[in-house]
Design a protein around this ligand. Structure first.
Ligand code: 48F
Length: 262
């Protein structure tokens, strides 16, 4: 048995974390927000061989998926999203034709586990508070510890460079809002700015989501609920097919654009 030394524990954690942090100062894709759409996007990009990191403000990854509908910890996935559940190995039960019920704890934890094992690097407890805007578009993220943000401390952030950035921050569309705050009406929506989500309408919200997954500003893509909220489409409530499908779709779109750029 090795005699345990507390200082070795400290050194191991600090050294390994710092190596990761330095490694990801340059990456292919940065993702803001660790809800289902961001995790799925990260999974497919990592699987395709891209260097991709996800930044999540909270301690836990999973966003709005843990809590199911109104704290009943089940979510619904429609027929179209079922193949992604199967790809991740998440069990589901057909409740009525085309409606699959999934345990929200199993789905959130399995998405996270499979994505990290595929190579997605997750930095939790970090918030994207700004973006790097250059002549050619978005070039990276400006980060701070969430605890700094929560305590309201006056501490400057640090930056990481990425070739593409995905806004997966859900309802508040935080990353895209940073861009409109800095640049005004410059994003590619009908109004040039964040249009805001409409009232709950699952069928229309889920039907619109893939067409809302766009490059909203050069180098910045939207997915998940952020895609609908940016383009003024309705919210969908606890049905998650669109979150999974839009995560997959944005990954494909970003990969194709990065390939064309090189
Ligand atoms: O809200 P969230 O789960 O986003 P999503 O992937 O899924 C939406 C569904 O949960 C649900 C729905 C559809 O069924 O309507 O609401 O679109 O996860 C977004 C994550 O982004 C984090 C936030 O803590 C949450 O976990 N986040 C938000 N702003 C920032 C951020 C930021 N500035 N920096 C880092 N993380």
């Amino acid at each position: 048995m090795v005699k345990l030394d507390d200082i070795t524990v400290t050194k191991g954690i600090v050294k390994e974390y710092m190596e990761d942090l330095l490694d990801y100062t340059d990456m292919d894709v940065a993702i803001g927000g660790g809800g289902p759409s961001g995790i799925v996007a990260g999974y497919y990009l990592a699987k395709a061989g891209y260097k991709v990191a996800l930044f999540e403000r909270k301690l836990s990854i999973g966003g709005g998926m843990w809590g199911g509908g109104m704290m009943f910890n089940k979510v619904v996935v429609q027929e179209e999203g079922k193949r992604i559940l199967d790809e991740f190995g998440i069990r589901s039960k057909e409740y009525e034709e085309g409606y699959y019920i999934v345990d929200s704890i199993e789905s959130t934890s399995t998405l996270t586990s499979k994505a990290t094992q595929a190579g997605l690097k997750i930095f939790n407890l970090m918030s994207i508070e700004d973006v790097l805007i250059r002549e050619n578009g978005i070039n990276g993220v400006v980060l701070n510890w969430s605890s700094v943000e929560m305590a309201g401390l006056h501490i400057d952030p640090l930056t990481m460079r990425s070739k593409a950035l995905i806004d997966a921050t859900g309802h508040p569309t935080e990353v895209t809002k940073i861009v409109t705050e800095k640049l005004g009406r410059k994003i590619k929506t009908q109004t040039g700015t964040v249009m805001g989500e409409g009232s709950m309408w699952a069928d229309r919200a889920e039907g619109n989501i893939l067409k809302n997954v766009t490059e909203i500003y050069p180098g910045l893509y939207v997915t998940g609920m952020a895609a609908n909220a940016v383009h003024g489409s309705p919210r969908m409530g606890p049905i998650f097919g669109g979150m999974l499908l839009s995560g997959e779709y944005v990954a494909k779109k970003v990969a194709k654009d990065l390939e064309n750029r090189e």
